[in-house]
Design a protein around this ligand. Structure first.
Ligand code: PEP
Length: 252
């Protein structure tokens, strides 16, 4: 049985005061009781990881885990501006997003680099959240599943059975930050295709890997999405900035 996992991605947002209030509201809300068998996380910008980690630890119940939004593919050395997986682990991170479409597009990240980052994360005890997804042009030309299958197959070829310790996030690029959510059935169809492709590699891995949906998830559409058999939770961007909306999605 796969758990339901909800992870917030703050992107380049937040400040010391707002982060404090966010963690307080979310933790207090979670302490009142959450559905069983779920996991939650928040991926904060690098400079706020230590602050958020400390704030989360003051929650009386450890519901919420900390995550980062990217990680270096290197262990250490002359990589100005990069942050290693061991540093993230030391700061208390559990999760790290790799291959978000914004990084693939703005920083020319390839599937190979994304896999290298995932391996670094795994080697340091972190759970990578590997993002895949098609553009609007690819979807409109009927190639959505083909594109996502290509991304997954390149991850499989490098990560092999280590994929069992990763999360996959299906994030159609046309739905990210646009308010255009994929319908629950459209998302389910791609999630099913991802799972079937993983099963071609290893049926056990396929049945265990959690596949999250990301792209304009809100409290109003989360219930329908999370009810789908191959949707195991969500990666939440914009709506995770509002602690009450994030909490409502976690409870969906
Ligand atoms: C994201 O960037 O991972 C994301 C899902 O964003 P949003 O929820 O704002 O569409």
């Amino acid at each position: 049985m796969r758990p339901l996992i909800v992870i917030g991605n703050w992107k380049m947002n937040g400040n010391l005061a707002a982060n404090r209030e966010w963690v307080q509201i979310v933790c207090h809300g979670m302490e009142k009781g959450m559905p069983a068998g779920r996991r939650y996380g928040v991926c904060a910008p690098y400079p706020y990881l230590a602050q958020c980690g400390e704030l989360i630890q003051t929650c009386s119940l450890a519901f919420l885990s900390l995550g980062a939004q990217d990680v270096s593919a290197h262990v250490s050395g002359a990589y100005t501006g990069e942050v290693s997986a061991s540093m993230l682990r030391e700061l208390g991170c559990t999760y790290v997003i790799v291959g978000h479409s914004e990084r693939r597009e703005m920083h020319q990240e390839t599937d190979e680099l994304v896999s290298e980052k995932a391996l670094q994360a795994l080697d340091n005890g972190l759970t990578p959240i590997i993002c895949v997804g098609e553009t609007a042009v690819e979807r409109n030309s009927g190639r959505a599943v083909e594109v996502v299958r290509g991304q997954i197959s390149r991850q499989v070829s490098i990560l092999q059975d280590r994929l069992a310790d990763c999360l996959v996030a299906y994030e159609p690029i046309w739905a990210i930050g646009t308010g255009k959510v994929a319908s629950a059935q459209v998302a389910q169809d791609v999630h099913r295709a991802i799972r079937l492709q993983l099963a071609e590699f290893d049926e056990d891995v396929a049945s265990h890997v959690c596949i999250l949906y990301g792209g304009s998830v809100k409290p109003e559409n989360a219930v329908e999405l999370f009810a789908m058999p191959d949707i195991d939770g969500g990666l939440i961007g914009g709506a995770s900035l509002n602690p009450r909306d994030f909490l409502a999605i976690c409870q969906a």
